[in-house]
Design a protein around this ligand. Sequence first.
Ligand code: UD1
Length: 363
Amino acid sequence: MLKILNVVGARPNFMKIAPIVAEIARRPARLSQMLVHTGQHYDDAMSDSFFRDLSLPAPDLNLEVGSGTHAEQTARVMLAFEPVLLDVRPDWVVVVGDVNSTLACALVAAKLGCRVAHVEAGLRSFDWTMPEEINRILTDRISNLLLTPGAGADQNLKAEGIDPGRIVRVGNVMIDTLFGQLEQASPAMLDRLQLKPRTFAVATLHRPSNVDDAETLAGIMAALGVIAEQLPVIFPAHPRTLARLDQFRIDIPAGVEVIEPLGYCQFLGLWSQSRLVLTDSGGLQEETTALGIPCLTLRENTERPVTVTEGTNQLVGPDRNRIVAGAKIALQSEVKTGRIPELWDGRAAQRIVNALDEAAPNR
Ligand code: UD1
């Protein structure tokens, strides 16, 4: 029996682990698993609601580390995770994505000689000012099995001198969840906000580089205000963003509706019906490409370039004028419909679990 310990910590992890947990559960004769939540995200809206929406079993263990500086958060996860690993001694520690919990748990496991598999390996923005870039590069360097979403990620890893024998291209597991949940997408938000499909835009914003600087955040909000003269902009705001809007006393422009962070199915029901998405999220760049919704990314770079080269994504950065110009083009002209990249087929979790099984120790 192969023992797999899955780790989650923050909101963007839950939709990546859910199909893996479900796939492992389909193979009870060969595989056993446990789920550890570090507690990096802890609010109902940021965590528990995702467990409900995605039918994730409650975590076997919650390390309850909570918020803090990067060093505090990373260190707290490491301190709490080490005794768990010493006790459980799994055959695999599976970490996903690029949040602080991902790196912290990978580091503890590597030091204890536990094998680590990194799901979503090989993404690179080449922007070292992004905390996630540091998390990605270090996690990949110490993982035994690098499960990549596409050819670009494989190339990035090989360019860093990583042994190709450690790389398995499995596709985009987040798209497994997206396709699996489409029918459950909730119309509740359209009803509540009295919106008709394709008549509104959706904005999300949470990167420190966009929201922690008053001038940058004010410029982005002003751009949303200009766009809102044309169509309403619904803005489910991350707790960090809400706090900054308040702290910097930035007025919410007319036509921009700031609402609470939404659960997976409510949010899917909203953005999948929108005319345009404006975001600095990584995942949403991919999800909009998968459903052919135009997306403006309020960043200068992306670790997911296939969404630009093949999908519906366009990088416009955080500059007010560029955001407005990008939106104008997206709303006026025929936008590129894009195409769905290779291996975004809803079956990545199967390939991931196959790879864990095949690359397991002593097999
Ligand atoms: C983290 C990830 C980021 C991911 C994002 C999704 C890192 C380095 N960053 O950023 O990659 O895109 O999650 O949200 O791991 N807070 C709450 N309730 C919660 C969680 C957070 O109110 O449940 C507030 C706290 O004030 C906290 C702040 O949000 O200080 C930021 O949370 P944190 O986990 O530090 O980072 P995120 O910005 O969410």
